[in-house]
Design a binder for this molecule. Structure first.
Ligand code: SF4
Length: 385
């Protein structure tokens, strides 16, 4: 979930529930609920008498006499809601959070904020508290999600820490959303247990990919980046076990000052030893969380790693490994790499800057993370037609 889609300032205007609850937004009193759960009616404009039978009511404008329970005025300036979105209402601390946006191509299910790595550039630094309630909420959420959703991410923290709970989650996705591709981001370490990897494989999800970060061909360098001794061995065993269990695996390499120089060696290592992976994503840095804190240690201008990047893509491509470049504006890439660049930044954090005005590549270019306002390449410049 995007933190900016969670806001305080929800104002009850009728008796409210004691506990948090989730529900699917309905824009019309005649809309039907999903998953056997009454929906939450979104009331636009001045509310008249509200129809009974909904779990709650979210009002754009205040009213003193609504005649139903759980009616709330939306927090000021809240992101627009629409039919089919799913929200969490927390009456006691007056917070509203959007858990799923039907119109967005980039919905993710955050399953835990705990992690057994402590990566130097983690965009969502781990927290230690017990957040096992998140799994229960997600199991409740999945039946409310629209079945035409093309893709959902599973993210953390480290989802593998959920153990059997993660398998339950994937199983529920398969049951309720069989047409939806699932991309699970994991450091892969828990899958070093063969039975766990086999358990995931046995679910036979029709469209599941596990994205696993690998930062170096050298164990000590990978372990340094993820700040966990022994992580490299477990991650590699996890990758092997997942593939043995028939699960598709994508390798993800975040490029920064500590990983850019040996990128070609890593590409060679993948081409020789992990040729069976399904995809490799070479990714630009998102300046959030620890990446922001460690910026002086991590920052390297993409212009300055063009050559190792080009060499790595060539090695992987020649070996027949499907390869993509994520989070790289086109103007900082050599032209021969443009075909590998993807529009990879989630819609809610994707921006273009003033330099992009009039750029002939604007349509094809994936632009920036909003956090790139902090620092960006000296090579950003509109490409003339
Ligand atoms: S100027 Fe902007 S739109 Fe054009 S290639 Fe660079 S980042 Fe992309």
């Amino acid at each position: 979930m995007n933190a900016s889609l969670s806001a305080p300032g929800l104002r009850p205007v009728s008796p409210s529930s004691a506990h948090p609850f989730i529900g699917r937004i309905l824009e019309h009193p005649t809309s039907t609920a999903r998953g056997g759960v009454p929906g939450i009616l979104l009331v636009q404009g001045k509310p008249g008498a509200l129809p009974p039978g909904f779990r709650a009511y979210l009002l754009e404008e205040a009213s003193s006499d609504v005649g139903v329970s759980d009616a709330y005025v939306l927090p000021p300036g809240f992101h627009p809601l629409a039919e089919g979105d799913v929200v969490r209402v927390e009456p006691s601390n007056r917070r509203l959070s959007v858990l799923y946006r039907r119109a967005s191509p980039s919905n993710s299910l955050l399953v835990t904020e705990r992690c057994d790595n402590y990566c130097l550039m983690c965009s969502q630094p781990p927290r230690k508290q017990d957040d096992s309630w998140l799994l229960d909420e997600l199991l409740e959420l999945i039946p409310l999600i629209s079945p035409e959703t093309r893709e959902l991410g599973i993210t953390g923290g480290e989802p593998g820490l959920l153990g059997e709970g993660l398998l339950r989650l994937v199983d529920r996705l398969k049951t309720h959303l069989p047409e939806t591709a699932v991309h699970l981001l994991s450091n892969g370490r828990r899958f070093s247990r063969e039975d766990f990897a086999q358990g995931l494989g046995r679910l036979r999800h029709p469209d599941l990919m596990v994205g696993v970060p690998l930062y170096s061909d050298l164990p000590e360098e990978h372990d340094h980046v993820v700040q966990a001794r022994g992580a490299y061995d477990e991650t590699l065993r996890g990758i092997l076990n997942l593939k043995r269990a028939g699960v598709r695996v994508e390798l993800r390499v975040v490029i920064h000052a500590l990983t850019s120089e040996r990128l070609p060696e890593l590409a060679r290592f993948i081409a020789r030893n992990l040729l069976f992976v399904d995809h490799v994503a070479l990714m630009g840095l998102e300046l959030m969380g620890f990446a922001k804190t460690n910026l002086p240690k991590l920052w390297v201008d993409p212009l300055d790693y063009q050559e190792p990047l080009r060499a790595s893509v060539r090695i992987l491509d020649r070996a027949g490994v499907s390869t993509s470049l994520y989070n790289h504006p086109l103007c900082v890439l050599p032209a021969d790499l443009h075909a590998f660049a993807r529009k990879s930044i989630s819609d809610w954090k994707n921006v273009y800057f003033r330099e992009c005005e009039g750029c002939s590549l604007r349509e094809a270019c994936g632009g920036f993370f909003a956090s790139s306002a902090l620092k960006r390449s000296r090579g950003i410049a509109a490409v003339p037609p």
